[in-house]
Design a protein around this ligand. Structure first.
Ligand SMILES: NC(=O)c1ccc[n+]([C@@H]2O[C@H](COP(=O)([O-])OP(=O)(O)OC[C@H]3O[C@@H](n4cnc5c(N)ncnc54)[C@H](O)[C@@H]3O)[C@@H](O)[C@H]2O)c1
Length: 289
């Protein structure tokens, strides 16, 4: 989607970090923007700040894990701006450590926001974008943790693998309709992600991680890395370009280290595929013989 001016964007997780930077970039590009977030005070401040760019920017309270709330936010957007063109399913939370040293509630919280939240955004907006025929683009925020399981945050990684996979499937499905998909895979970005528990809904109970436990130390290390990460504005600029160029992946922190980790995983997978193929052909030769 080359020309963004005058088009409408809907962005979730907009009151902070990457979402805030995306909203700002869209407003500066002359788009109308609907900001959707669970954190209403921060949302109100974001709306006020972005109105300063001279674009029509509005906000709607929305918990992306709730399909009814996303449906409501979509109706508010259509009522305010008419057709929607760019949907950024960006809201996300980081939580957990290993497979079994965290509660099932923590697993549910992370999967409900990070996976179901993205799914709700796609299912809610796709019919309208498909029917108005003016083209459109979905931006789903995944992570390098969606391609590499070695980062030690199991539910987070599982959720981001799901976002990558779901988005790749979506891209194939909707490319013939002229609707694009971009999967944003950041490394570490300087945001409030390590303080995600501030938005944990009551139904999942309190998040408690003992800071002295291995899980607690791991989470603290992740927080340090995020604070040493890149600027969210950098992620937003790369994402804007990807929408305009219709690129499927954005690897915002791409570098040797990330590449080596990906190679290690893909090499292991391909080696197993080759070994299985060799075994099958040996077996076949034995049967033929
Ligand atoms: N910061 C990083 O290092 C990093 C790296 C890779 C991927 N990401 C991803 O980037 C996205 C944005 O995170 P961020 O780093 O800007 O963190 P952030 O905490 O600064 O922003 C996340 C936003 O999502 C909102 N949010 C949380 N739960 C919500 C819910 N249920 N419904 C609606 N909004 C909700 C928060 O209020 C906040 O405004 C997330 O999907 C995250 O997983 C971040």
């Amino acid at each position: 989607m080359q020309n963004l001016r005058g088009k409408t964007a809907f962005v979730t997780g907009e009151a902070s970090g990457i979402g805030l930077a995306l909203g700002q970039a869209f407003a500066q590009a002359g788009m109308r923007v609907m900001l959707a977030d669970i954190e209403t005070d921060a949302l109100a401040k974001a709306v006020e700040k972005m109105r300063g760019f001279g674009s029509d920017v509005r906000g709607v309270a929305c918990d992306v894990s709730d399909p009814v709330a996303v449906e409501y936010a979509a109706k508010e957007t259509y009522a305010s701006f008419g057709n929607v063109h760019v949907v950024c399913n960006n809201a996300g939370v980081a939580g957990g450590s290993g497979i079994d040293d965290i509660s099932l509630d923590t697993w549910r919280w992370v999967l409900d926001v990070n996976v179901m939240g993205v799914l709700h955004g796609i299912r809610t907006f796709l019919p309208q974008i498909r029917s108005h025929g003016e083209g459109g683009h979905f931006v789903n925020t995944a992570s390098m943790a969606g391609l590499n399981s070695g980062m030690g945050l199991s539910p987070y990684s599982a959720s981001k693998f799901a976002v990558v996979n779901m988005s790749e499937g979506l891209a194939k499905q909707i490319a013939p309709l002229g609707i694009g998909v971009t999967i944003v895979c950041p490394g570490f970005v300087r945001t409030r992600i390590s303080d995600s528990a501030r938005n944990r809904q009551q139904r999942y109970g309190k998040l408690h991680i003992d800071p002295a436990s291995p899980a607690g130390k791991h989470v603290a290390r992740q927080a340090e890395l995020a604070q040493a990460g890149i600027d969210p504005a950098d992620v937003a600029a790369q994402t804007l370009r990807a929408i305009q160029e219709n690129e499927l992946y954005v690897f915002t922190n791409a570098g040797r280290e990330w590449r080596d980790e990906l190679c290690e995983r893909f090499d292991r997978v391909l080696a197993a595929v080759d070994a299985a193929a060799a075994r099958r052909s040996n077996n076949k030769r034995q049967v033929d013989f």
